[in-house]
Write a protein that binds this ligand. Structure first.
Ligand code: SF4
Ligand code: SF4
Length: 203
Protein backbone atom coordinates (compact mmCIF):
# COMPACT_ATOMS: atom_id res chain seq x y z
CA UNK A 1 0.00 0.00 0.00
CA UNK A 2 1.27 3.46 -0.93
CA UNK A 3 1.51 5.69 2.14
CA UNK A 4 0.49 9.39 1.90
CA UNK A 5 3.31 11.89 1.86
CA UNK A 6 3.86 14.20 4.85
CA UNK A 7 2.70 17.27 2.87
CA UNK A 8 -0.56 15.56 1.88
CA UNK A 9 -1.15 14.53 5.49
CA UNK A 10 -0.62 18.12 6.68
CA UNK A 11 -3.05 19.41 4.03
CA UNK A 12 -5.65 16.80 5.04
CA UNK A 13 -5.39 17.75 8.72
CA UNK A 14 -5.61 21.49 7.86
CA UNK A 15 -8.71 20.84 5.73
CA UNK A 16 -10.33 18.97 8.63
CA UNK A 17 -9.74 21.92 10.95
CA UNK A 18 -10.29 24.88 8.56
CA UNK A 19 -12.94 23.38 6.31
CA UNK A 20 -12.68 22.90 2.52
CA UNK A 21 -10.84 25.33 0.21
CA UNK A 22 -13.74 25.37 -2.26
CA UNK A 23 -16.70 27.72 -1.74
CA UNK A 24 -20.38 26.73 -1.82
CA UNK A 25 -21.11 28.74 -4.97
CA UNK A 26 -23.81 29.12 -6.33
CA UNK A 27 -25.55 28.44 -2.97
CA UNK A 28 -23.38 31.17 -1.43
CA UNK A 29 -21.64 34.02 -3.27
CA UNK A 30 -17.97 33.34 -3.98
CA UNK A 31 -15.48 36.11 -3.17
CA UNK A 32 -12.52 35.93 -5.55
CA UNK A 33 -8.94 36.55 -4.46
CA UNK A 34 -8.04 40.31 -4.65
CA UNK A 35 -5.41 39.54 -7.33
CA UNK A 36 -7.86 37.57 -9.49
CA UNK A 37 -7.89 38.86 -13.09
CA UNK A 38 -11.58 39.05 -13.95
CA UNK A 39 -13.45 40.85 -16.68
CA UNK A 40 -12.44 44.46 -17.42
CA UNK A 41 -15.00 47.20 -16.71
CA UNK A 42 -15.25 50.63 -18.31
CA UNK A 43 -15.46 53.68 -16.03
CA UNK A 44 -17.56 56.25 -17.89
CA UNK A 45 -16.32 59.07 -15.61
CA UNK A 46 -12.65 58.38 -16.42
CA UNK A 47 -12.78 57.05 -20.01
CA UNK A 48 -12.28 59.74 -22.67
CA UNK A 49 -13.24 57.55 -25.65
CA UNK A 50 -9.80 57.62 -27.31
CA UNK A 51 -9.95 54.01 -28.65
CA UNK A 52 -6.42 53.08 -27.50
CA UNK A 53 -7.84 50.04 -25.69
CA UNK A 54 -9.63 48.93 -28.84
CA UNK A 55 -6.41 49.23 -30.84
CA UNK A 56 -4.38 47.02 -28.48
CA UNK A 57 -6.95 44.33 -27.68
CA UNK A 58 -5.49 41.13 -29.17
CA UNK A 59 -8.86 39.38 -29.62
CA UNK A 60 -11.06 42.30 -30.76
CA UNK A 61 -13.10 42.18 -27.54
CA UNK A 62 -13.46 45.99 -27.59
CA UNK A 63 -15.30 47.86 -30.33
CA UNK A 64 -17.04 51.20 -30.78
CA UNK A 65 -20.02 52.61 -32.66
CA UNK A 66 -20.41 56.29 -33.64
CA UNK A 67 -23.97 57.56 -34.16
CA UNK A 68 -25.63 60.91 -34.91
CA UNK A 69 -29.29 61.38 -33.97
CA UNK A 70 -31.92 63.44 -35.84
CA UNK A 71 -31.06 66.52 -33.71
CA UNK A 72 -27.41 66.39 -34.76
CA UNK A 73 -26.21 65.09 -31.36
CA UNK A 74 -23.43 62.56 -31.77
CA UNK A 75 -22.28 59.84 -29.40
CA UNK A 76 -19.65 57.12 -29.32
CA UNK A 77 -20.64 53.82 -27.72
CA UNK A 78 -17.70 51.84 -26.34
CA UNK A 79 -18.46 48.10 -26.25
CA UNK A 80 -16.70 45.33 -24.32
CA UNK A 81 -17.54 41.75 -25.37
CA UNK A 82 -17.31 39.55 -22.28
CA UNK A 83 -17.51 36.31 -24.23
CA UNK A 84 -14.48 37.19 -26.38
CA UNK A 85 -12.22 38.75 -23.73
CA UNK A 86 -9.26 36.71 -22.48
CA UNK A 87 -8.62 39.04 -19.47
CA UNK A 88 -5.06 39.80 -20.55
CA UNK A 89 -5.13 43.38 -19.16
CA UNK A 90 -3.62 44.99 -22.30
CA UNK A 91 -6.53 47.46 -22.44
CA UNK A 92 -5.90 48.67 -18.88
CA UNK A 93 -2.15 48.93 -19.53
CA UNK A 94 -2.73 51.07 -22.66
CA UNK A 95 -5.50 53.28 -21.23
CA UNK A 96 -4.46 56.93 -21.51
CA UNK A 97 -6.73 57.95 -18.60
CA UNK A 98 -4.22 56.87 -15.92
CA UNK A 99 -5.22 53.24 -16.62
CA UNK A 100 -8.62 53.97 -15.07
CA UNK A 101 -10.88 54.23 -18.13
CA UNK A 102 -11.01 50.44 -18.22
CA UNK A 103 -9.77 48.20 -15.43
CA UNK A 104 -9.69 44.47 -14.75
CA UNK A 105 -12.18 43.66 -12.00
CA UNK A 106 -12.45 40.48 -9.97
CA UNK A 107 -15.83 39.75 -11.48
CA UNK A 108 -15.54 36.09 -12.42
CA UNK A 109 -19.17 34.86 -12.60
CA UNK A 110 -19.78 35.55 -16.28
CA UNK A 111 -22.43 32.92 -17.07
CA UNK A 112 -25.42 34.19 -19.06
CA UNK A 113 -28.46 32.64 -20.68
CA UNK A 114 -28.83 35.09 -23.55
CA UNK A 115 -25.84 36.04 -25.73
CA UNK A 116 -27.26 39.59 -25.90
CA UNK A 117 -26.22 39.95 -22.25
CA UNK A 118 -22.58 39.16 -23.01
CA UNK A 119 -21.37 42.72 -23.50
CA UNK A 120 -21.17 45.99 -21.60
CA UNK A 121 -21.27 49.53 -22.99
CA UNK A 122 -20.65 53.14 -22.03
CA UNK A 123 -21.47 56.25 -24.05
CA UNK A 124 -19.34 59.35 -24.72
CA UNK A 125 -20.36 62.60 -26.41
CA UNK A 126 -18.69 63.14 -29.80
CA UNK A 127 -17.49 66.39 -31.39
CA UNK A 128 -18.35 66.58 -35.08
CA UNK A 129 -16.55 68.55 -37.77
CA UNK A 130 -18.52 71.76 -38.34
CA UNK A 131 -18.17 71.45 -42.10
CA UNK A 132 -18.42 67.79 -43.12
CA UNK A 133 -20.00 66.45 -39.85
CA UNK A 134 -17.43 63.64 -39.54
CA UNK A 135 -16.52 62.71 -35.95
CA UNK A 136 -13.32 64.48 -34.79
CA UNK A 137 -12.97 62.91 -31.32
CA UNK A 138 -14.92 62.57 -28.10
CA UNK A 139 -15.38 65.89 -26.28
CA UNK A 140 -13.68 64.46 -23.19
CA UNK A 141 -10.70 63.44 -25.34
CA UNK A 142 -10.32 67.00 -26.71
CA UNK A 143 -10.44 68.26 -23.11
CA UNK A 144 -7.83 65.66 -22.11
CA UNK A 145 -5.49 66.87 -24.90
CA UNK A 146 -6.01 70.55 -23.96
CA UNK A 147 -5.16 69.85 -20.32
CA UNK A 148 -1.89 68.22 -21.32
CA UNK A 149 -0.64 70.75 -23.84
CA UNK A 150 -1.67 73.85 -21.85
CA UNK A 151 -1.40 77.16 -23.71
CA UNK A 152 -0.37 75.31 -26.90
CA UNK A 153 -4.07 74.54 -27.37
CA UNK A 154 -4.38 78.08 -28.79
CA UNK A 155 -2.54 76.87 -31.90
CA UNK A 156 -5.60 74.75 -32.79
CA UNK A 157 -9.04 76.36 -33.24
CA UNK A 158 -10.65 72.95 -32.68
CA UNK A 159 -9.02 72.70 -29.24
CA UNK A 160 -9.46 76.27 -28.06
CA UNK A 161 -13.08 76.52 -29.25
CA UNK A 162 -13.79 73.21 -27.54
CA UNK A 163 -12.04 74.50 -24.38
CA UNK A 164 -13.93 77.82 -24.42
CA UNK A 165 -17.18 75.95 -24.94
CA UNK A 166 -16.38 73.65 -21.98
CA UNK A 167 -15.66 76.68 -19.79
CA UNK A 168 -18.95 78.30 -20.84
CA UNK A 169 -17.09 81.34 -22.30
CA UNK A 170 -18.75 80.75 -25.64
CA UNK A 171 -21.87 78.80 -26.44
CA UNK A 172 -23.30 77.21 -29.55
CA UNK A 173 -24.91 80.56 -30.58
CA UNK A 174 -21.61 82.42 -30.48
CA UNK A 175 -19.94 79.65 -32.40
CA UNK A 176 -22.64 79.98 -35.04
CA UNK A 177 -22.06 83.74 -35.21
CA UNK A 178 -18.35 83.12 -35.82
CA UNK A 179 -19.30 81.34 -38.99
CA UNK A 180 -20.59 84.57 -40.56
CA UNK A 181 -17.19 86.25 -40.76
CA UNK A 182 -15.10 86.02 -43.93
CA UNK A 183 -12.18 83.94 -42.68
CA UNK A 184 -14.30 82.08 -40.15
CA UNK A 185 -14.01 78.73 -41.87
CA UNK A 186 -10.60 78.38 -40.25
CA UNK A 187 -12.01 79.32 -36.83
CA UNK A 188 -14.19 76.26 -36.52
CA UNK A 189 -13.94 72.84 -34.99
CA UNK A 190 -12.74 70.83 -37.97
CA UNK A 191 -11.63 67.32 -38.83
CA UNK A 192 -8.10 66.95 -40.22
CA UNK A 193 -9.33 66.88 -43.82
CA UNK A 194 -11.45 70.04 -43.58
CA UNK A 195 -8.67 71.77 -41.59
CA UNK A 196 -6.27 71.06 -44.45
CA UNK A 197 -8.73 72.19 -47.10
CA UNK A 198 -9.70 75.45 -45.34
CA UNK A 199 -6.02 76.20 -44.71
CA UNK A 200 -5.06 75.66 -48.34
CA UNK A 201 -8.06 77.44 -49.87
CA UNK A 202 -7.32 80.77 -51.57
CA UNK A 203 -10.89 82.11 -51.17
S1 SF4 B 1 -8.47 42.23 -21.10
FE1 SF4 B 1 -7.34 41.81 -23.01
S2 SF4 B 1 -8.80 40.64 -24.24
FE2 SF4 B 1 -10.00 41.63 -22.62
S3 SF4 B 1 -10.70 43.54 -23.53
FE3 SF4 B 1 -8.77 44.01 -22.46
S4 SF4 B 1 -7.20 43.80 -24.06
FE4 SF4 B 1 -9.04 42.79 -24.83
S1 SF4 C 1 -9.72 56.34 -22.16
FE1 SF4 C 1 -9.01 54.28 -21.70
S2 SF4 C 1 -10.87 53.04 -21.64
FE2 SF4 C 1 -11.43 54.94 -22.61
S3 SF4 C 1 -11.24 54.54 -24.83
FE3 SF4 C 1 -9.26 55.41 -24.12
S4 SF4 C 1 -7.99 53.61 -23.62
FE4 SF4 C 1 -10.13 52.91 -23.74
Amino acid sequence: MKLPKIRELIEAIKALIQGPYTSKFPKEPHVAHPNFRGQPKFNDQKCVGCLACEAVCPVYAIAHKDEIDENGKAKRTMIHYTDTCIFCGECEAACIANHEGIKLSNDWDLAFFDRKESYETIEKELQLCEICKAPIACKDHLKWISERIGELEYSSPTLYLSGLNNMGVIDENMMTALKDFGRSDRVKMLCARCRRETTLTTK
